[in-house]
Design a protein around this ligand. Structure first.
Ligand SMILES: Cc1cc2nc3c(=O)[nH]c(=O)nc-3n(C[C@H](O)[C@H](O)[C@H](O)COP(=O)(O)O)c2cc1C
Length: 171
């Protein structure tokens, strides 16, 4: 299995998670692409894609993701399984928690992606989020909060990687 992981990161947290994912699943399995430097069209060669995106500035998309935002609409995600992880701050920005992950999810879904890696909302406290499923019971990807819950990150990532590895295989 080959996985392409695209991320954008302003202060390095989303990048750190990308490196943990690569170290956990193996550098022969996961290829990393910083959207600041590499084109999303690289995704064409992969059946499995992970996208990492933090939310900035009251529900906005992180700036390097913003630069390639329209390019997402040019990618054909049909036949690809896509998992998202988002970084946010549920205390400082609880009205916009992980909004960018939700916005990215909807774009990829509209382009035919098989979305996987949904994640329970238990254990988080926030006011509102655009990153919830329609029934409000799950996040549309792994929810990480390095500002307020960084002690939970390693375990969350480990558990989510087990989940998406099974889901990538169609289990
Ligand atoms: C000025 C500023 C605005 C932010 N706005 C949001 C926000 O609207 N929603 C959210 O969930 N997190 C918000 N955050 C938290 C970041 O998403 C969080 O710190 C994240 O880990 C940054 O990831 P990065 O280091 O990969 O850029 C904000 C942080 C800062 C400093």
């Amino acid at each position: 299995m080959k996985i392409a992981l695209f991320y954008g990161s302003t202060t390095g947290n989303t990048e750190d998670i990308a490196e943990i994912v690569q170290a956990t699943l193996g550098s022969d399995t996961v290829d990393l692409f910083d959207v600041a430097e590499e084109s999303l069209t690289e995704a064409a060669a992969y059946d499995f894609v992970i996208l990492g995106i933090p939310t900035w500035d009251y529900g906005e998309i992180q700036s390097e993701w913003e630069d390639v935002w329209d390019d997402v609409d040019e990618i054909d995600f049909n036949g690809k399984a896509v998992a998202l992880y988002g970084l946010g701050d549920q205390v400082g920005y609880g009205e916009w928690f992980l909004d960018a992950m939700g916005l990215l999810h909807d774009k990829v879904l509209a382009r035919g992606g098989r979305m996987i890696g949904y994640w329970p909302t238990e254990g988080y406290q926030f006011e509102a989020s655009k990153a919830l499923t329609k029934d409000g019971k799950q996040f549309v990807g792994l929810a990480l909060d390095e500002d307020c819950q960084n002690e939970l990150t390693d375990q969350r990532v480990k558990q989510w990687l087990e989940q998406i590895t099974a889901e990538f295989k169609g289990a």
